[in-house]
Design a protein around this ligand. Sequence first.
Ligand code: 76R
Length: 247
Amino acid sequence: MSEAAQTLDGWYCLHDFRTIDWGVWKTLSNEERQAAINEFLGLVEKWNTVEKAKNGSHALYSIVGQKADFMMMILRPTLEELNEIENEFNKSLLAQYTVPTYSYVSIVELSNYLPAGENPYENPQILARLYPELPKAKHVCFYPMDKKRDGNDNWYMLPMEERRSLMRSHGMIGRSYAGKVKQVITGSVGFDDYEWGVTLFSDDALQFKKLVYEMRFDEVSARYGDFGTFFVGNILEEDKVNTLFSI
Ligand code: 76R
């Protein structure tokens, strides 16, 4: 058996994608719509308080294309808290006018392919990555992915040293996007249908295409990457929530 990668695990993560049922939403009066929006903004206010206390983080993005209209990405210390948040949202007025289209459950993950030092859970840089405050970048890109187990192309059969060296090359490409793209890798083995969620943040959406494309030519992605559905979107600031839902 090959040596398993050791992971450092941070906050649990829920990506929750919804479309808006505009047909029904439009039948409401302005007052009813405003009440639903206000209640939702109240929820976001609660999330803001948690974020300020550094007990979690969240990001709201509107999604371009028909796969979803908006995404709520939530980070919390426990799976129970994620569950409470989704249930609270589901019981809200606004949720009645949304349709769930996709969700992803995972946990912020760093692996030991690159050395993390002696006691990683005491390293401030590592902690900042395991328990991140999600950036308020203009754009987001999310997709789930697997590493292949396919005949000769089986990531999980490679010796540790080989995986480490391949990941070094992967990391080098990633680093050349420092300051342009921030990535949050979340592990989902045992939690969801793929093995990782990849969430990228950038102020320039084109950098997603450039980074993902460049990685396609790198062996880790070229030979071993299997990708799920891609979502791309724009930040949904709280003052834009009214605009999005206004009729
Ligand atoms: O954590 C680190 O910065 C160390 C190097 C590193 C690891 C271990 C790293 C760097 N990644 C790691 C792990 Mn990554 N990453 C992806 C994708 O679309 C594709 O082809 C792949 C999707 C992107 C875009 C990306 C970006 N990375 C991983 C893992 C877990 C692998 C495992 O355990 O087997 C996956 C699935 C994955 C996928 N990666 C970086 C980036 C970027 C931008 C970096 C540089 C980060 C930085 O140094 O700032």
